[in-house]
Design a protein around this ligand. Structure first.
Ligand code: MG
Length: 369
């Protein structure tokens, strides 16, 4: 499918111009206080390439594939909507939802802070509470916070996320307590997929009604398949860029058969827009409806972690009443200038773009022949 003619050696033939921005964050997250993102425009609109800076070329190449796809620049890929006016495959054209629900996040906070933090979000249907900040030592405080949450919001859909904070033994102890809170699911209590699978077995043995979701276990394109094969979770959390784009994510989710929740990789609104498009067009299976309801909330409300975005607050994909629109984002030219990285970082990203492209190009040529 991809022939040599369509796949030039130099990325500048495909992406002649790009911007690299440093977006300040509200608080340190994932060890960073500034989120660096590359943005470029193609026939379908603006796209974001933003692998975390420590990622090597091969891992980053899936992120680049996703960005090129979203911009309409991926060589050798027919763009079904390209002849129509407007962006290809937009949700409006396909009849999919024009907005998607997103969950609010309740951080590890004092019990007295639960009410003000939730008030700040306004009405939301789904809340994800972070637990296990200090592993099992956090359990008493986590339980107290969840009791306060349930006192205030007895019917709001509740998810938990431990970010792999427990050992297998600790996770079982925690799940025995958490089961009382009527959870939709529990994200990544333990680290390894094998441990997730064991935990699921033990939960079933003890009759504990806790549904497990895999998040950190999914870092690359075929990980959802591995989660399904091992029976490590009943729900998979997926992100567009690490899975290689919207089409690749849809394909792997179809193959894995597990209900999916789309989440962000801490993108700007340009990157979040790709997540919203995937979320709006995911197939709803009977199992997905049973576990996640008719309109599962995505984890795409992370725009509020950025102190500055590529558009002003009124145009950003920050949730309003627990929803974000399914739309394309055009960055504000003034912000592109104001938030631009210094020349040294720009050069670093230019080099990275070409190195990443070389890795992606190699895989396009080997899979396309
Ligand atoms: Mg998570």
């Amino acid at each position: 499918m991809a022939d040599m003619q369509q796949v030039p050696e130099s990325i500048t033939e495909i992406v002649p111009n790009f911007h690299v921005l440093s977006l300040p964050m509200v608080t340190r997250f994932r060890g960073i206080t500034e989120r660096e993102v590359m943005l470029f425009e193609g026939p379908d609109g603006w796209a974001e390439f933003s692998p975390f800076t420590e990622y090597e070329a091969v891992e980053s190449s899936r992120w680049l594939g996703a960005a090129l796809e979203f911009a309409g620049l991926l060589p050798g890929v027919a763009r079904p909507g390209a002849t129509k006016a407007g962006p290809s495959g937009s949700a409006a054209q396909s009849g999919a939802a024009q907005s998607v629900a997103v969950n609010a996040t309740l951080p590890a906070c004092a019990t007295s802070e639960v009410e003000p933090i939730m008030a700040h979000y306004g009405p939301v249907g789904t809340v994800k509470a972070k637990v296990a900040e200090y592993g099992i030592d956090s359990l008493p405080a986590d339980l107290e916070r969840l009791r306060e949450f349930r006192r205030l919001f007895p019917t709001t859909t509740l998810r938990l996320d431990a970010n792999a904070g427990y050992t297998l033994t600790e996770a079982l102890v925690a799940c025995a307590e958490f089961a009382a809170f009527d959870l939709q699911y529990f994200e990544q209590p333990v680290t390894a997929v094998e441990e997730m699978a064991k935990l699921r077995e033990q939960l079933a043995d003890q009759g504990l009604p806790v549904v497990l979701a895999a998040d950190e276990s999914i870092r690359k394109a075929d990980d959802p398949l591995r989660v399904a094969e091992l029976g490590a979770a009943e729900v998979v959390i997926v992100k567009v860029q690490p899975l290689g784009g919207i089409a690749a994510a849809r394909a792997v989710l179809e193959a894995c058969g597990l209900p999916a929740v789309v989440s962000s990789a801490l993108e700007s609104s340009v990157g979040l827009a790709a997540g919203a498009q995937l979320a709006a067009t995911l197939p709803r299976t009977p199992r997905s409806r049973e576990l996640l309801g008719e309109h599962p909330a995505c984890g795409l409300g992370t725009g509020r972690l950025l102190a500055q975005d590529v558009v002003g607050p009124e145009l950003s994909l920050n949730p309003v009443d627990g929803q974000i629109p399914v739309t394309r984002i055009v960055p504000d030219p003034q912000r592109l200038e104001r938030l631009a990285v210094d020349p040294g970082r720009f050069d670093w990203w230019s080099t990275r773009l070409q190195e990443t492209w070389s890795a992606l190009r190699a895989s396009l040529l080997s899979s396309g022949s």
